[in-house]
Ligand binder design. Structure first.
Ligand SMILES: [Zn+2]
Length: 242
């Protein structure tokens, strides 16, 4: 979760794609390898050439760590009766061939209508389901952002907006105008985890960095935030099964 004080860009170094995050507060260059790929954090004014040379000098270490990062699982077996996590609960997906009704959540599971199309049944059903899930994410985020923004006394700015995005490896972000972006897959996670990400990004409207003050603000609303961070670190990858 980046913040307004830092700038992030993708840099190609040999055959490595590196996320370079520059920040005025940073004094030294550091490297991190994880599910987000290779991240280099550097002081704002450090020359790109120096960063490239540093990354190259650490290549063996990077490769060793990359080899230990788990892959994002994909689920090609999308079909009638598949189980997905929806709001943290295993939920059945029920395909309804020939139906023109909208997608809906019932006590049996999520019903997805599928009509004749040039696409294979599973592909069009999956597309429809994801579109519906994104709508649910947006609706839930609008409720939670409004609720927590009021509790946390976040000043509302006219530029503020909520975006639901298809992020590869992040959960949310907050830009300098206080506009919030979130990963649509948060609707698959337990509601407390989604709320934690909302509070985290809203707290960036008050504190741009991850300082002690920042965490104090977060903990006022989510005292056990470490538990949810841990959840995201450990299980966040499973939200990419869809
Ligand atoms: Zn953050």
């Amino acid at each position: 979760m980046a913040n307004a004080m830092s700038k992030s860009e993708q840099v190609q170094i040999d055959d490595l794609e590196v996320t370079l995050i520059r920040s005025a507060r940073r004094k030294r260059l550091s490297l991190e390898v994880g599910v987000k790929g290779v991240q280099a954090r550097a002081p704002s004014r450090m020359r790109l050439g120096a960063i490239v040379a540093f990354v190259q000098s650490k290549r063996a270490w990077i490769d060793q760590h990359l080899a230990n990062v788990p892959d994002i699982p994909s689920n090609p077996e999308f079909s009638d009766g598949v189980s997905i996590h929806y709001r943290g609960t295993p939920t059945l997906v029920i395909l309804k061939p020939g139906s023109k009704a909208p997608v809906k959540s019932t006590s049996n599971g999520i019903e997805v209508p599928v009509s004749e199309s040039h696409l294979p049944l599973e592909v069009s059903a999956k597309t429809k389901l994801i579109k519906w899930l994104k709508q649910q994410t947006r609706a839930e985020l609008e409720v939670q952002v409004a609720r927590f923004a009021e509790r946390m006394r976040i000043p509302r700015s006219p530029h503020q907006s909520i975006r639901v995005r298809d992020y590869k490896r992040r959960w949310g972000s907050c830009d300098a105008h206080g506009s919030l972006s979130f990963n649509w897959r948060l609707i698959l996670a337990p509601p407390e985890v989604l709320n934690y990400v909302v509070v985290h990004e809203l707290a960036h409207c008050l504190e741009f960095n991850h300082s002690r003050r920042f965490w104090a603000i977060v903990e006022q609303e989510v005292p056990n935030r470490k538990e949810y961070q841990q959840w995201l670190n450990q299980y966040g990858i499973t939200l990419y099964q869809l």
